[in-house]
Design a protein around this ligand. Structure first.
Ligand SMILES: [Ca+2]
Ligand SMILES: [Ca+2]
Length: 355
């Protein structure tokens, strides 16, 4: 008695589950400024040339008591922050308005700089021209090249020697929403060998590797395979992992993305409904009991064996891991269940008629 396996038979219904998903999980708390909102006056902001100039915004043209700082030709804001992870992306954020009460020059600009001890990471000019007080949000993205960085807002030439200038508030440092990799496609599709999980990433930063995980229930997960990331890349990179032993029925897949520093981010979860019966072809069925029964599979499965049960559930045939065809010579006419196993996993069950 033998069971034959024949590869190359394409009898599968292909189901594609297509998801567009972004790894948008925010990570650890970013570094922060001390007194970034000037609620403690100018403390922790080093101000060269004169005393720190902070006042309620009404002083400068706003309407509230919210404390803000002015940058003018005598006053600048500087704070040094430690704890950055080299290679990580961050954003430098604040709000800014041109002073509109007793206004000075228009436009007025500040030079926005981020420096390490050895390099300039950002050096740009923010120009404000508003004639109605308006604290507008600005954000500068940067990649930390050192663990300690100095942030400064200094007057640009257009302020001249005016003691009027640019009003600043709410300085903060955040990590951008998309950090390590942006997925523009994450999908799982059935093929003749099981389930193919594939995805495309762009904007990889510090991306050590991806791990594909699967689950029967969406709660307990097991890793299928790790795939090295591109590290740092703005190109689109395609990845795929073949699961040659998918779970029977509905199951779930997700991606774990791991940074060089071990930080993990999980993708959304996608599902696949895989039926092993779809990859087996058992014929002829119905079969004469003097015939041989053939089992074809598109999958290369290890330790394949077959059990035939009668209508009472009594085992009447069990083949050890073998290849070939099954002789039905000793099996009486009747209706049976034919179960295919790989190791201890039951892969399929189908009705078999012997006459
Ligand atoms: Ca404030
Ligand atoms: Ca001033």
């Amino acid at each position: 008695m033998k069971i034959s396996t024949t590869s190359g038979v394409q009898r599968l219904k292909i189901h594609i589950v297509l998801f567009f998903v972004i790894l948008a999980i925010s990570k650890i708390q970013a570094q922060s400024f001390v007194n970034g909102n000037f609620s403690s006056g100018g403390s922790n902001w080093f101000v060269s040339g004169t005393s720190t100039e902070t006042n309620p915004e009404a002083t400068y043209g706003g309407s509230g008591s919210n404390n803000v700082a002015e940058v003018d030709y005598l006053v600048r804001l500087t704070q040094t922050v430690s704890g950055f992870v080299v290679g990580k992306s961050y954003s430098f954020n604040f709000v800014a308005s041109r002073r509109t009460r007793n206004p000075g020059p228009n436009p007025v600009s500040v030079i926005v700089k981020i420096t390490s001890a050895t390099a300039t990471i950002l050096n740009t000019t923010l120009t404000k021209t508003n004639t109605t007080f308006s604290l507008d949000a600005v954000t500068y993205d940067f990649v930390a090249t050192a663990s300690t960085l100095t942030f400064s807002l200094t007057p640009a030439a257009d302020i001249g020697t005016s003691t009027r200038g640019v009003i600043i508030d709410n300085l903060s440092i955040t990590q951008p929403i998309v950090l390590s990799a942006e997925l523009i496609g994450f999908e799982a599709e059935k093929n003749s060998e099981g389930v193919k999980v594939k995805w495309t990433s762009v904007n990889e930063v510090m991306n050590d590797y991806f791990a594909v995980e699967k689950s029967r229930n969406g709660k307990q997960w097991q890793e299928i395979e790790k795939v090295n990331g591109a590290g740092y890349s703005i190109k689109m990179t395609e990845y795929h992992v073949q699961d040659n032993k998918p779970f029977e029925g509905l199951s779930y897949y997700r991606l774990k993305q791991v940074d060089f520093d071990g930080q993990e981010t999980y993708s959304d979860i996608i599902s696949v409904d895989f039926e092993y019966a779809d990859v087996f072809n058992i014929f002829p069925n119905p079969a004469h009991n003097h015939q041989e029964l053939f089992l074809e599979s598109t999958m290369l499965l290890k330790e394949l064996h077959v059990k035939i049960l009668d209508h009472r559930g009594v085992l009447i045939y069990s083949a050890p891991p073998i290849l070939g065809s099954i002789s039905l010579k000793d099996i009486p006419s009747g209706s049976y269940l034919l179960n295919v196993f790989s190791g201890t996993d039951q892969l399929s069950t189908s009705k078999l008629i012997v006459y």
